[in-house]
Every structure is written in structure tokens, then in C-alpha cells.
Design a protein around this ligand. Structure first.
Ligand code: GEK
Length: 244
């Protein structure tokens, strides 16, 4: 059923395709867009909630970096029962932050939640027991990714966890094309047309630059994470945990 929350951004032919931006138009349809475009999104959000039950430590901070409308923040707010945790959600899109504040305030939870507009490359990260990078690192300039992961490692308490979810580029070109085809099938099955798939692909290719799994794993190891494992993959979308 099509309604005002349905993602129709690329449904009509555009004379010129601008780079994708997390603006007001995207915010309006974001939950529909992400759940029809990212295989396993709801499973990943639920699992972030479950992991926060296990890993959130009393008197620490929990960070949701690139929080968008706060789906992961909310899953954690609903799950955390230990005392005196602060969940801090950060996003550099003012349209996202404005809407996110309304979403998260609508639910009660044990932890206090603060949603801030800012660049995750500039923030200080300290006394953390859990950090979530749910499909955000792929939008960060590749040269800045190592420092960000290192900052996260340094800001985590021993035993703290990073949940990193990303779209992947397969290192083998044949397999990469296969995974892209399977993902496009997933989008077709969720009602996106060929035109929408093609125009979105053009709009996003300059702003979202996926890494290979090998690059993620070696960056995490080089930053000091000794315990790293993928727990989810569907087509070219994966999520992993890294524990300090
Ligand atoms: C979810 N985690 O629903 N600083 C802060 N925010 C940024 C930056 C930056 N440098 N770069 C991009 N963003 C969410 C989904 S979406 C993924 C994350 C997607 C923000 C950007 O504004 C957007 O809200 C988010 O990262 C990426 O669990 O749409 O594919």
C-alpha cells in the first residue's frame, strides 16, 4: 500500500541525479526506505537491543553513531536495565536529529537518552560499554575510518562491545556482481522498480563507499580489538561484533 511514508524518491525519471543526502525528503520516508533496502535490518536492530542487555555496564555511556531516526537507540533504551547508563545518539543531519528526538522521547526506559547534531569524527567518546555503528562507517571518508575505529577502541571500557554493520564489497569481482544482483532482486521483491533501483544506485555511489570484509577485519585488529566475529550476513550486508 502506498501512503505518505512510502519511499518514492527515485520513482520518476530525473533529468539529473544529485548525490544522495540525508535531507528532509529522505527523513520523511526513512523507515520505509531502510527496511525495504537493507536485508535483515529489523533482525539487526533487535539484536542490538539484545546485545545491550548483555553488554551495557552500569555508570557508562552507550553511543549510537549516525543514529538517523534512533531505531538502534530505541532498541537499547527498551532493553537496558542496569543503572545510570547514558545513551548518546549522534547524527550530522539536522533533519534526522529533529525527528529522532521526537521518536526517542515517546518511549520510557531506565537509561537517559541524549540526541545530538554533530560529526562523529569530531566528538569525544569516553567511558563507553557499547558503541553502535549501524550502516554509518560506509558514509565516512575512507581515509578517516581508521582513526574513528581507533577512537572507539580507546573510548571503550575493557569488555565493551562495538557493533559494526555495513554494506560490503566482495573482494572477488564475480562474487561482488552476484551479491549486487541478489540485493537488487531483494529490492524488486520489496516493490522498487528498475528505474528506482538504477537512479538510487547512481545517487549513492559517490557518497557510500563500501569496504571489503578483509579491510574491516584488519582495521579492527590493528586498532586493538582481539575478539571480532561476524554474526550476520545476507547478500552484501553484514553485521559484526568487536569486543575489547
Ligand atoms: C539506523 N544507524 O537506523 N557524522 C554523523 N552522522 C553521519 C555522518 C557523520 N560524519 N555521516 C553520515 N552520518 C541508523 C542508520 S544511515 C544508513 C544509519 C543508511 C549519518 C547520516 O546522516 C545518516 O543518518 C546515517 O549516518 C546513515 O540504525 O541510510 O544507509
Amino acid at each position: 500500500m502506498i501512503n505518505s511514508d512510502t519511499d518514492l524518491i527515485f520513482s520518476s525519471k530525473k533529468a539529473q541525479i544529485q548525490d544522495f543526502a540525508f535531507d528532509k525528503q529522505v527523513v520523511e520516508v526513512f523507515p520505509d526506505m531502510i527496511s525495504r533496502s537493507v536485508p535483515g535490518y529489523n533482525t539487526i536492530i533487535n539484536t542490538i537491543g539484545n546485545l545491550s542487555k548483555e553488554y551495557a555496564q552500569a555508570n557508562t555511556n552507550i553511543y549510537d553513531l549516525g543514529c538517523s531516526l534512533g531505531a538502534a537507540t530505541l532498541a537499547m533504551k527498551k532493553s537496558i536495565t542496569v543503572k545510570n547508563c547514558s545513551i548518546i545518539g549522534i547524527d550530522n543531519s539536522s533533519a534526522m536529529v529533529e525527528r529522532c528526538k521526537m521518536h526517542v522521547n515517546a518511549f520510557k526506559g531506565e537509561s537517559q537518552v541524549e540526541i545530538c547534531e554533530g560529526n562523529i569524527l569530531d566528538i569525544e567518546l569516553k567511558n563507553a560499554s557499547m558503541v553502535v555503528l549501524n550502516f554509518t562507517l560506509q558514509f565516512i571518508e575512507p581515509e578517516a575510518r581508521k582513526n574513528l575505529i581507533q577512537k572507539i577502541y580507546n573510548g571503550l571500557q575493557p569488555g565493551g562491545i562495538l557493533v559494526l554493520s555495513e554494506k560490503l564489497k566482495a573482494s572477488d569481482n564475480v562474487c561482488n556482481e552476484l551479491l549486487i544482483d541478489l540485493h537488487h532482486n531483494f529490492k524488486r521483491e520489496n516493490g522498487y522498480s528498475e528505474l528506482e533501483i538504477a537512479q538510487k544506485r547512481t545517487a549513492i555511489e559517490n557518497v557510500m563507499r563500501p569496504d571489503t570484509l578483509e579491510t574491516h577485519l584488519s582495521r579492527l585488529k590493528d586498532s586493538g580489538f582481539n575478539h571480532v566475529n561476524q554474526w550476520f550476513q545476507c547478500f552484501n550486508f553484514m553485521s559484526l561484533v568487536a569486543i575489547k
